[in-house]
Each structure stands twice: as structure tokens, then as C-alpha cells.
Design a protein around this ligand. Structure first.
Ligand code: PMP
Length: 359
């Protein structure tokens, strides 16, 4: 069976060459006589895989030496709770920006551990924009400022790094990490689940500045303590070894593509042509303020919602899969992460035009 174009928000498409390499190495990784799945995480083969993977991530993102790079479990959702537990450091407040469903989840979880001070919110605008930076009201007594660089459900993305003043800036980059260059030195913590731009699900990357490591109170479980995980190279307990390996293959692929600067150009082109097709049509529309439109997740609605079902059924028949919007917002959503080929976006645009012509 031919492979389809899968527009899922995550887990999502992986580069075909990565899947083929994993297939080829499945039974016998580089003459080790075993699958990566079967290797001890302390053995020399897996240690080499882990080290190369980490170094490639450091190289691709340009992570400075004063940061620890952790590979944890529990997804970005676990970090919603672990960030306050690790870095409140005796403070009672944290400042959050609410730009959509994922910020809202982060805020809800943080509220279990501290008072959440809302620096800015676009909830009244139904999360189709980002509040202008000069309207943000950041509490100077907060332990940190948190924001979500790309709202996967609402399709809203920051194009600039906010200024957190003296506070550590904490960012959920789950759905746009590695899609555009980022100045890591502006951040206290960057975290992201792997299942969009980095590989299959099961690993959470946490990049944390040294001064924020070692602040967790003793009651925080060891596997959730950044310092303990940093000291053991994220091997305090058995890591998700096969997923680390796949993450490593995706990073090698990204380097072969020319790195992040090159993939950004690819992403600009893909998103640009899809938004243009939506804007030029009279059937489809995207509600997000243009400056804040996401390059990764493109939500759109049909002028007549009664056509939604037929659109989805016909799209699926044409090998264009998982285009339904999140159940909380409805309509459609095309997630076009790094691994979505430009041909997939072209096929979607052609299908949308044909559907509009015949409906
Ligand atoms: N943050 C963002 C921006 C997301 O898109 C998601 C998942 N779609 C999450 C957090 C939650 O991630 P996880 O399921 O890995 O906990």
C-alpha cells in the first residue's frame, strides 16, 4: 500500500528515509547483532547512539554550554507540573501568557503548585491573535514567565521571543521546535514533546539553563528532578531507548537537509502557499491574524460546515489523511511539520481547489 500524506497534529509524519533506515537496522544495528530495542542502555552501542543524538541536537539548536539537555518521559504535559516544582525556588507566583488551548493546560497544571499571574491573554479574542508585547503585565515577583511558542490547536505562532525582563523565560516549544532558528540563550527553559518535529512520541526534550538546575525541593521525586536527571545524563531510570534512537535518526536527517535555517525556508514556502490558497478561495477561511499564523498547524473552516464530512471523506480517498480540526474548535487543520513534503502540501491545495470547484 502506498504511503499517504498524513496531516496529523502529532504523532505525525516522519521522514521516509528515517523509517527505511530504522527498518534496515531493525534486526541488527550496525553489526551489533541486535536491535536497538534489545540493547542495554548502559552498553557501549547505546551509549554511542545517545551521545551522537544529544550532540546533534546541541549542534542543530546551537545550545550554549551553560545549558543541560534532558530527555525525559511524561510528555510536555508532565513538564506543565514539573516546571513549577523544579524552579519556583521558594517563590509563590509564576507569570503565564495565555494564547490558546495548550497555554491554558499549562496554566491549569501550574495552578496546583503556585499562584498563576496572567501576564496577557487572548482568550477574549478566541485565541486568534497574540497580545502586543507592550500590553503584557509581568509580575516582577514571579519565579518565571511561561508562554507557548506555537499553539497547535489554534494555529497561532510567535515570530519573536518575548522579553521577560529579569525573569527566566520558559517556553513550551512542542509544536514548532526545530522548525525555525531559535536563540536558546534567551531562555531559562525550553521543553517539547518529540512527536511532531523530532520523532515518535515518548521522549520530552528539556533544555534548562544551569542556574535553574538544583532548585527542586527534596520532596520532588528523583526522576522528576532536573538536577538528578542531569547528573545521570537522563539515565536515572531506564530511558525510552528506541525512541532516543529514532530521535537521533530524525536529527541526522535534519542535518542532511541543511539544518534549521534550510528547513525554515522549506516551512515558509509550504505554509505560505497553503495560506494563500485559503485566502484566495471563497469556500475556505483561516481566522488567525496574519502576523501570528502558524507555519506548522494551519486551521481552516469551510463556509458551509455541512460540507465538512464530505470534505474529509473525499480527502481521505485522495490519500490526504487526518485533516479534521481538534474537537474543541471543529473545522479542519493541516499540520505540516518539517517532515511533511512540499508535494503533500501541493496535493492538499489541488484537492481543496477541486473540491471548491465541484461544490
Ligand atoms: N503543548 C503543546 C503545544 C502541544 O501541542 C501538546 C500536544 N499536542 C502538548 C503540550 C502536550 O504534549 P504531550 O501529549 O506530549 O504531553
Amino acid at each position: 500500500m502506498a504511503r499517504i500524506y498524513n496531516f496529523s497534529a502529532g504523532p505525525s509524519m516522519l521522514p521516509e528515509s528515517v523509517l527505511l533506515q530504522a527498518q534496515q537496522e531493525m534486526l541488527n544495528w550496525q553489526d551489533s547483532g541486535m536491535s536497538v530495542m534489545e540493547m542495554s542502555h548502559r552498553g557501549k552501542h547505546f551509549m554511542a547512539i545517545a551521545e551522537a543524538m544529544k550532540n546533534d541536537l546541541i549542534e542543530l539548536l546551537g545550545i550554549p554550554a551553560n545549558y543541560k539537555v534532558l530527555f525525559l518521559q511524561g510528555g510536555a504535559s508532565a513538564q506543565f507540573a514539573l516546571i513549577p516544582q523544579n524552579i519556583l525556588n521558594g517563590k509563590t507566583k509564576a507569570s503565564y501568557v495565555n494564547t490558546g488551548a495548550w497555554s491554558t493546560s499549562a496554566i491549569k497544571e501550574a495552578g496546583k503548585y503556585c499562584e498563576v499571574q496572567l501576564a496577557a491573554t487572548s482568550e477574549a479574542e478566541k485565541f486568534i491573535t497574540i497580545p502586543a508585547f507592550d500590553t503584557w503585565n509581568i509580575d516582577k515577583d514571579a519565579a518565571y514567565l511561561h508562554y507557548t511558542s506555537n499553539e497547535t490547536i489554534h494555529g497561532v505562532e510567535f515570530s519573536e521571543v518575548p522579553d521577560a525582563g529579569d525573569l527566566p523565560l520558559v517556553c513550551d516549544m512542542s509544536s514548532n521546535i526545530l522548525s525555525r532558528p531559535v536563540d536558546v540563550s534567551r531562555y531559562g527553559i525550553i521543553y517539547a514533546g518529540t512527536q511532531k518535529n523530532m520523532g515518535p512520541s515518548g521522549v520530552t526534550v528539556v533544555i534548562v539553563r544551569d542556574d535553574l538546575v538544583g532548585l527542586a525541593p527534596k520532596t520532588v521525586p528523583a526522576v522528576f528532578d532536573y538536577q538528578q536527571q542531569a547528573k545521570t545524563d537522563s539515565m536515572l531510570n531506564t530511558p525510552a531507548t528506541y525512541n532516543w534512537y529514532l530521535l537521533g535518526l530524525v536529527l541526522q536527517w535534519l542535518k542532511q537537509q541543511g539544518g534549521i535555517a534550510a528547513i525554515e525556508q522549506h516551512n515558509i514556502r509550504k505554509a505560505g502557499k497553503l495560506y494563500q490558497a485559503i485566502d484566495e478561495s471563497s469556500l475556505y477561511s483561516n481566522p488567525v491574524v496574519k502576523d501570528y499564523r502558524s507555519r506548522m498547524n494551519v486551521p481552516f473552516v469551510l463556509a458551509d460546515a455541512a460540507l465538512d464530512k464530505e470534505f474529509l471523506v473525499l480527502a481521505e480517498k485522495n490519500g490526504l489523511s487526518t485533516l479534521a480540526g481538534h474537537r474543541s474548535v471543529g473545522g479542519m487543520r493541516a499540520s505540516i511539520y518539517n517532515a511533511m513534503p512540499e508535494a503533500g502540501v501541493d496535493a492538499l491545495i489541488d484537492f481543496m481547489a477541486e473540491f471548491e470547484r465541484t461544490h
